[in-house]
Design a protein around this ligand. Sequence first.
Ligand SMILES: Nc1ncnc2c1ncn2[C@@H]1O[C@H](COP(=O)(O)OP(=O)(O)O)[C@@H](O)[C@H]1O
Ligand SMILES: O=C(O)[C@H](O)C(=O)COP(=O)(O)O
Length: 409
Amino acid sequence: MLLGCIGDDFTGSSDLGNTLVKQGMRTVQYVGVPDGPADPEVEAGVVALKSRSIPVEEAVAQSLAALEWLRAQGCTQFLFKYCSTFDSTAQGNIGPVAEALADKLGAQSVIFCPAFPTTGRTIYMGHLFVGDRLLSESGMENHPLTPMTDPDLRRVLAPQVSGEVGHVAAPTVWEGPDEIRAALEAEAVAGRRFVIADAIRDGDLMAWGKALAGVPLLTGGSGIAMGLPGNFTLSGKAGRWRGQGGPVAALSGSCSNATRGQVAAHEGPSREVTAEQVLGGLAAQEVADWALAQDRMPLVYSSAEPDTVRAAQEAHGREKVAAALEGFFAQLAKALVAGGVTRLISAGGETSGAVVEALAPDALEIGPEIDPGVPVMRAGEDLVLALKSGNFGAEDFFAKAARVMEHDA
Ligand SMILES: Nc1ncnc2c1ncn2[C@@H]1O[C@H](COP(=O)(O)OP(=O)(O)O)[C@@H](O)[C@H]1O
Ligand SMILES: O=C(O)[C@H](O)C(=O)COP(=O)(O)O
């Protein structure tokens, strides 16, 4: 294994896996830290954790355990992958995890680059944009767990790490890899170990990739991985992908603007589950029975408007509501698969983490891309998944995912 990746949620990990596969790396996504060794043919390993919103100490411990497993597989470069919208709180977990990994690796310069221009995530003068909006006006300010209210990533990161946060600005990036390396060295000499990296085009990410050849640790969204495979000698043995037919179902615990639009556009039968219903004891099996009885793709969702989310959180507590709904969708997924579903679509990073942990595959083989950042993945002989990042996917995503899942590639 060449490149070792640690993802702080499952959809983000699959997003990264998609980028690496598209750039020619034989990539496997692991569900948590594996017990045994990896297949030696694997060139990039992505250890998917559900660590984005857990207590900082736990996130650091899990990430260090993943690092040790990846080092044991022979990896020489490591990427800590978090959300392209830099989802974190003032305490972390982005900064503390990155610093712990850097200390363990002895990394003297670590970049932070969530840019992913294909999905509209760009960084200019240290500020993160989503499309033509600053992060704080993109809808992410309403995220149920990690509301993002400051677009200046230097300010967001500063309380999470030791020392002053540095920055390499776009005009330096545009001069190319040599100038990027010189700028990083200058930041390190000035004591700024952790550096926000501007990038507004895929070409900027490719330049960053070249500049980071041989650097032990980097952090970011899936975009920053774009230029890394070119630094390695790859086998070029791309595997064949077998499509999967059979019953399909979709579930969503994402409340993002994008997902709520996709839910509204779903043309098949759908059923909303509310926080109150789930907290009141709604049985996942009952909802699974409803879904399995449908003759078109059913969608079960808790996706709700920000005011509705806030009301439930104020009434019952943010963590309690999150745990109840994630647990519900985990049980629902198990009941659907037990009932014969072979194609399962899950929207939401935390939601998908709970779903995959409940289904408990050892590893996820990465297949064709459905929409930017969202691949089909094989979770077993007769089960494929699509783990959709909350903010990703076109309006017809659910129907498109069901179609792509059936295709060989
Ligand atoms: N109606 C709701 N009210 C309150 N919280 C909700 C509701 N629906 C989902 N949630 C919670 O909000 C969080 C959504 O996070 P996630 O699944 O990662 O979606 P995204 O990918 O959009 O961030 C989860 O913890 C989920 O359980
Ligand atoms: O947006 C990204 O970079 C990733 O796909 C991701 O981390 C998504 O997380 P979400 O919680 O599903 O939005």
